[in-house]
Design a binder for this molecule. Structure first.
Ligand code: GLN
Length: 564
């Protein structure tokens, strides 16, 4: 079967959950026995989101092959349970970059290079490249909102694709907002009508309209939208607000969305097997325990910056029948004086990844608190590096211990800038200055980690070697390895050539572990990541033992698992 393409556009305003809708439709079609792939087209000019501040654009999701991508790819991986790669995310920047490179090489043979056809052709070939395994369905999410100047070339390209691929192979789904005016008790369809009209003015007639709304749309409203927007009366669906993002696939299934997609595209779809999704939602509503985790980081004001991390904690909670409640603490505001008060009630402390020296001392204070008070701790990338610095300063008494990231001339650079490492993918030694990967000087993507028997890391993974994803420049300085191990910090995971430290942990602590990689990128609601699972288990034991003050009922804001 030829791949059929579903294009998802958004209207009225952003943040309606287009990425989740795309991922959920993918999950439903997969549950119907079809092979599915997904791609995100982002209208911004950055070549990839790697250079963007997480405050602005949220998390940078790292794929196995080391691509720095939009956070929606995290949803795609979690919902489809299959890895994404470089080809699953293109930006205007990457498209233009390639067009301009071709122009410089003279590939256009002296022609005038224009948006149509050169840029649109480049977009079309990017879109078609995603179905490299002849998947049954390719879902393409167009970032931004219809009406934005930036997304016009993308919309023009997907308009042309219906002609190129044949009407029967292309479907347009438009996600809009249908506001419910509480005071009047009324549902308003006008913004949707305008948005669909705007889309039509650039030549795209939506086949399906998905309406994000606080309440269910009744048949009368749906018929009205269908009439004004020129779609089948049964092609208007409600995307109702739900408690947890993991309820979206079943909610859309109950609406009949995947069935309509299958009919319109004439897909050989079986009845869906939704057992795993049903089980997941059931577990989301039947927690037995509660734990509170303090996330001590820098990007706490924009929760999107820690998207995968948040989800990984939710997944680990599901496995442990534990509702995980998160408190984000800005490390820049943490001092010796307010530390105890700010971390009160935390059954576990997590220090996530990050860049730059701001807020480092606060993170180190929180880590010391976790180490000295036997509070379960998980440090990720920068969080692990801070745990190493804390241990060096306060246990090894190297008062000048630091990372070269914060002090290039540190007397004891326990974390230092690696200048070269072995890249198993192309079996070459990567030199930092000439690093061939995107992201320039960073170690990016999946690398092997060999686990030390008898450690908590090994106990969690229960396998001798794992692959985990990286995004960093600095590493543990092996010059100090013996000092650390002599005092009880174990190097429990290393690269196969033993040159890079991947995991550290404390011997005499209930659960204190740091990883140089980002385990959160590989967690899945059906298969929680072993390190997160054991971290939450340890936090739960801590809560049960009453070691730390237990949760106050009113304090627990319903963290029902995931944010929209
Ligand atoms: N800034 C640190 C480094 O570059 C950690 C990066 C991270 O946490 N992802 O090594």
């Amino acid at each position: 079967m030829k791949t059929k393409f579903i294009f998802i556009t958004g209207g009225v305003l952003s943040s309606l959950g287009k990425g989740l809708a795309a991922a959920s439709i993918g999950a439903l079609l997969k549950a119907r026995g079809l092979s599915v792939t997904i791609q995100k087209l982002d209208p911004y000019i950055n070549v990839d989101p790697g250079t963007m501040n997480p405050f602005q654009h949220g998390e940078v999701f790292v794929t196995e092959d080391g691509a720095e991508t939009d956070l929606d790819l995290g949803h795609y991986e979690r919902y489809l349970d299959q890895p994404m790669s470089q080809i699953n995310n293109f930006t205007s920047g990457s498209i233009y970059y390639s067009v301009i490179s071709k122009e410089r090489r003279g590939d256009y043979l002296g022609g005038t290079v224009q948006v149509i056809p050169h840029v649109t052709d480049e977009i079309k070939s990017a879109v078609l490249s995603v179905a490299q395994n002849q998947e049954d369905v390719a879902i393409i999410e167009i970032g931004g909102t219809v009406g934005d100047i930036e997304s016009l070339p993308f919309l023009e390209a997907i308009r042309q694709l219906r002609g190129d691929l044949g009407k029967e192979n292309v479907l347009y789904i438009h996600l809009t907002l249908v506001p419910y005016i509480k005071a009047a008790g009324e549902i308003k369809t006008k913004p949707t009508q305008h948005s669909v009209k705007e889309l039509r003015s650039i030549g795209i007639q939506a086949d399906i309209i998905l309406c994000r709304c606080e309440v269910d749309l009744d048949q009368e409203i749906k018929s009205k939208i269908a009439l004004f927007c020129n779609v089948d009366p049964d092609a208007v669906f409600t995307a109702k607000d739900v408690h947890s993002i993991y309820e979206v696939p079943l909610m859309l299934y109950d609406e009949g969305l995947d069935q309509k997609v299958a009919i319109l595209l004439k897909l050989p779809a079986k009845n869906p097997n939704l057992q795993t999704w049903k089980g997941l939602v059931h577990r989301l509503h039947h927690f037995k325990n509660q734990v509170r985790i303090a996330i001590v980081g820098k990007y706490v004001d924009l929760k999107e910056s820690y998207k995968s991390l948040h989800e990984a904690l939710v997944h680990a909670g599901l496995e442990n029948e534990t509702q995980v409640s998160l408190t984000y603490i800005n490390s820049q505001e943490l001092t010796e004086n307010n530390l105890v008060q700010k971390l009160e009630g935390a059954h576990g402390i997590l220090v996530p990844g990050g860049f730059g020296g701001r807020g480092i001392e606060g993170k180190i204070l929180a880590i010391r608190h976790a180490r000295e008070n036997s509070i379960p701790f998980l440090g990720i990338c920068l969080g692990m590096q801070c745990a190493v610095i804390e241990f060096a300063r306060n246990v090894l008494l190297m008062k000048k211990a630091d990372s070269q990231e914060f002090d290039p001339d540190a007397l004891n650079p326990v974390i230092y800038l690696m200048t070269e490492w072995y890249d198993f993918r192309d079996q070459t030694v990567q030199k930092r200055e000439t690093c061939s990967h995107k992201g320039g000087t960073m170690r990016l993507g999946s690398y092997p980690c060999v686990l030390k028997p008898g450690t908590k890391a090994m106990l969690a993974y229960n396998t001798p070697q794992v692959m985990e994803r990286h995004r960093h420049r600095y590493e543990f300085n092996l010059k100090y390895a013996a000092d650390f191990e002599a005092k009880g910090m174990l190097l429990s995971g290393k690269s196969p050539d033993e040159k890079l430290v991947e995991i550290i942990e404390l011997k005499d602590h209930p659960w204190f572990l740091g990883s140089q990689f980002h385990p959160e990128f590989k967690s899945n609601p059906m298969r929680p990541h072993p390190l997160f699972r054991d971290f939450i288990l340890a936090a739960q034991k801590n809560a049960a033992s009453g070691g730390v003050s237990t949760l106050n009922e009113q304090e627990v804001e319903a963290e029902f698992g995931g944010t929209a």
